[in-house]
Write a protein that binds this ligand. Structure first.
Ligand SMILES: Nc1ncnc2c1ncn2[C@@H]1O[C@H](COP(=O)(O)OP(=O)(O)OP(=O)(O)O)[C@@H](O)[C@H]1O
Length: 331
């Protein structure tokens, strides 16, 4: 009877940050893959790394995963400085799931996992394989050859492979790339399940909705790190807060209606829709501004139809930053 191996996920999280990156740069000859990246990720966090094609996301993951040596800068991964002498121990503490799961099509799911468990020199292989397959809901497909699986299921086997070593930190490179929405949703649920079990996840993605739904914080990379923060904070940092007010008919004296209201900094006419009149107010605090604006509009003699605080998506933040780079390059 195989005894369960020590499971890092059941232990208290190690102290200190999971990943610390300081001024990290990777060049391939004259081409800079990423430059001067500084960030840190806490244990238990799901961190999203967003960026357009060629932004340097995969190269960052491969560098932090000890597969590539950085050109300059420093990093600590799972408590160990990123240095060739520590590569073996870092690899024992983390797992990297590359964009393509890299499985042997003729081998069954369990045989594939057994092969990799052997390659990683893991103990208690049978119980690890079973636990990993259970984590990705694939126990019933253990004996199926990988070639018979759909792309979504193969991706799940890739995730099971990454989980074999009970990693403290899991790097997922584009885990839902090429998956249909249903299969992508399954992977999202699995990632959410891993987060609940305390696994630290560093995830690269093109999918902004994915980052918004799954990640505690995101970094936007376009060779250099353009910004980093919680999705909500990024939206607030990049966009002025507004309140859109629509009335049935134009206000006769909007200047006096919107003057001196708490939380309101200014106003302009918006794009009128049909019969309605729209005003866009710049505000500092929606909770303060909205009731005051509602009262003022009604006192000003107009029928108030709607009152909507601005909701910018992470996509708008992303496009704004990446487009700024495109415009800067064109100058
Ligand atoms: N082994 C390599 N040799 C030379 N250049 C490379 C190598 N690997 C990556 N690059 C270059 O580094 C840059 C960053 O590539 P990387 O694959 O990290 O970007 P990415 O953000 O992951 O892109 P994608 O979303 O398309 O996968 C690109 O210009 C790429 O061509």
């Amino acid at each position: 009877m195989e005894r369960e191996s020590a499971n890092t996920r059941d232990q208290a999280p190690p102290s200190g940050p999971a990943i610390v990156v300081e001024g990290l740069t990777k060049r391939f000859g004259g081409r800079t893959a990423f430059a001067d990246v500084t960030l840190s990720v806490e244990y238990g966090e799901v961190f999203g790394f967003l960026g357009p094609n060629g932004a340097g996301k995969s190269t960052t993951v491969r560098t932090l995963g000890t597969l590539l040596a950085p050109t300059s800068g420093s990093a600590t991964v799972a408590g160990l400085p990123l240095h060739p002498a520590n590569s073996g121990e870092i690899r024992r503490r983390i797992a990297v799931m590359p964009e393509s799961p890299g499985l042997y099509p003729r081998l069954s799911v369990a045989e594939n996992l057994d092969f990799f468990a052997g390659l990683y020199e893991l103990d208690h292989r049978r119980s690890r394989i079973e636990r990993s397959l259970r984590a990705v809901n694939l126990l019933d497909r253990a004996d199926d050859p990988c070639r018979s699986l759909s792309k979504g299921l193969r991706q799940r086997v890739g995730l099971a492979r990454a989980l074999l070593s009970d990693p403290r930190i899991l790097f997922l490179d584009e885990p839902t790339s090429g998956l249909d929405p249903l299969a992508a949703h399954d992977v999202h649920e699995l990632i959410d399940g891993l987060r609940k079990r305390g696994v630290t996840i560093f995830l690269t993605t093109h999918r902004l909705a994915e980052a918004e739904a799954l990640c505690d914080r995101v970094g936007i990379l376009n060779t250099t790190l353009r910004t980093i923060g919680r999705p909500d904070d990024l939206r607030e940092r990049l966009f002025a807060k507004t309140l859109e007010v629509s009335t049935r008919a134009p206000l006769t004296e909007p200047d006096s209606v919107f003057a001196d209201l708490p939380g309101v900094d200014g106003w302009r006419r918006g794009d009128d829709a049909g019969e309605h009149t729209t005003y866009v107010l710049t505000i500092t605090d929606a909770d303060l501004a909205a009731p005051a604006v509602a009262r003022a509009v009604v006192t000003g003699g107009a029928d108030l139809l709607t009152l909507n605080p601005s909701r910018h998506s992470l996509q708008e933040v992303y496009l704004q930053l990446v487009n700024e780079d495109v415009e800067a390059q064109a100058r």
